[in-house]
Ligand binder design. Structure first.
Ligand code: NAD
Ligand code: USQ
Length: 397
């Protein structure tokens, strides 16, 4: 298949692009490299030294003999060029990773909130309307988040996107409908993913676009079988207070002897998936396009749910590290229970890798190897959801 990977230079996009290439697909990456510039803005860099995109692509060709195309364009701003790429390449599938994906970055200030909404909503909408204008029947695979369901304790295993609701009609009977599960975003970033859901639903209904939305949990780990082939293919490893996600942060913190930064009580339960599983799930989604007809296919992409405090204890225990319960910068429940179904991907053959010391060891080795690239002053999370959260943190210092 011809596959266009939007955001293919990023943490999930790069290993997915090379995985799809090795699986025999003809891959072209579209990325405006904004994520690399955001590192410059924040004064931080990936813990792993990531090669420039041209070098990455050359190294991939050297290692495997497989070529990957590349287009540098801003999906949110440069609609005409996007249309030309869609029209010229006529892909069978488009995988869309290209959004601003950090919740803390999206909450920094009004400028970052506005950028996140502009970038994410425009990029998704431009891709959808571009597919229609180019008269393409390509299958769109969008990366969404389990965060759209919210993190209230719920007595049910969360369904895959849809809920059947029954309510009284005007004649004393009942009406039953399937609706998108009520969304409850926890940040402006998560809010854009909730808005994406409506955009996808509208274009699937109005224009018969074939769409899969992957509601993915927190991705942890760094390398995959493909990115291990050469040092120049190494995946990025974010550890800073904005882009570092919780388990990768804990692994890096433990490796350099920094107390693990648990927010509040650590009672927050979240969904997790290893990067190697994430890329396999994306391929399963791409290769099962024939299942997608009519409504958007939503698949929960996670291996397991885990409590932040339990993860911290597990990682600290491995390296004799300590835990620091810091004032929570976010507005979120102090504790929640969470369970989600993932039957759709399991039916396609997904066999989840669970958090294990063996796999975590690899991230610890990477963190130890590149420890000298870590700027300890960038570890603290300094994006506060509200003024009250900032004041509470300052009071506690
Ligand atoms: P990332 O920031 O590492 O990668 C995103 C890529 O998209 C970057 O290379 C960036 O340069 C590019 N991009 C952003 N806006 C663009 C635009 N307007 N035009 C062209 N390129 C643009 O993020 P990631 O961790 O790889 O996440 C990829 C997707 O997966 C995101 O949509 C994110 O919401 C979703 N997701 C990520 C995680 C996670 O834990 N990392 C979990 C669930 C869902
Ligand atoms: N947390 C800590 N300590 C830290 C960092 C985070 O306790 O040092 C806590 C947070 O308060 C939160 C949880 O860990 O309760 C998860 O935070 P995170 O930064 O790992 O994840 P999140 O902000 O939710 O975002 C990440 C990705 C995002 C993706 C989302 C999936 O950046 O792109 O959509 O995970 S989900 O969590 O399912 O919404």
């Amino acid at each position: 298949m011809k596959v266009l990977v939007l955001g293919g230079d990023g943490f999930c996009g790069w290993p997915s692009a090379v995985h799809l290439s090795r699986a025999g697909h003809e891959v072209t990456i579209v990325d405006n490299l904004v994520r690399r510039r955001t590192d410059d803005e924040l004064g931080v860099q990936s813990l792993t030294p990531i090669a420039p995109i041209a070098e990455r692509l050359a190294a991939w060709e050297e290692a495997t003999g497989l070529g990957i195309g590349y287009e540098d364009l801003d999906l949110a701003q440069d609609y005409d060029r996007l249309l030309a790429v869609l029209d010229g390449l006529r892909p069978d599938a488009v995988v869309h990773f290209a959004e601003q994906r950090s919740a803390p970055y999206s909450m920094e200030d009004s400028g970052h909130k506005r950028y996140t909404v502009d970038n994410n909503v425009n990029a998704t909408h431009n891709v959808l309307t571009g597919l229609v204008e180019a008269r393409l029947d390509a299958h769109l695979v969008h990366l969404g988040t389990t965060g759209v369901y919210g993190y209230e304790t719920s007595p049910v295993d969360l369904p895959e996107g849809y809920l059947e609701v029954t309510y009284p009609d005007r004649c004393g009977g009942t009406v039953t409908r399937e609706i998108l599960y009520p969304t409850k975003p926890g940040s402006v970033y998560h809010l854009t993913k909730s808005m994406d859901q409506l955009l996808l639903q509208y274009y699937a209904e109005n224009d018969n676009l074939r769409v899969t939305d992957l509601h993915q949990g927190i991705v942890w780990g760094t390398q995959t079988d493909d990115t291990r082939l050469d040092d120049r293919l190494v995946n990025r490893f974010d550890y800073d207070g904005d882009f570092g996600t919780v388990l990768n942060r804990f692994l890096m913190q433990a490796a350099i002897g920094y107390p693990l930064t648990v927010h509040g009580t650590g009672g927050q339960t979240r969904a997790f998936i290893n990067i190697a599983d994430s890329v396999r799930c994306v391929r399963l989604a791409v290769e099962s396009a024939d299942q997608v007809k009519g409504r958007v296919r939503i698949m929960n992409q996670l291996a397991e749910t885990l409590r932040v405090e339990d993860l911290a204890r597990l990682v600290a225990g491995m390296l004799d590290g300590s835990i620091d319960h810091v004032s929570n910068p976010r507005v979120e429940a102090a504790a929640n229970e969470l369970a989600l179904r993932n039957s759709n991907l399991r039916a396609l053959g997904f066999q989840p890798i669970l958090v294990s010391e063996g796999l975590m060891q690899e991230s610890i080795e990477i963190a130890t190897r590149y420890a000298d690239r870590c700027d300890r002053s960038k570890i603290r999370a300094e994006s506060f959801w509200t003024r009250d959260r900032r004041a509470a943190a300052e009071e506690g210092q």
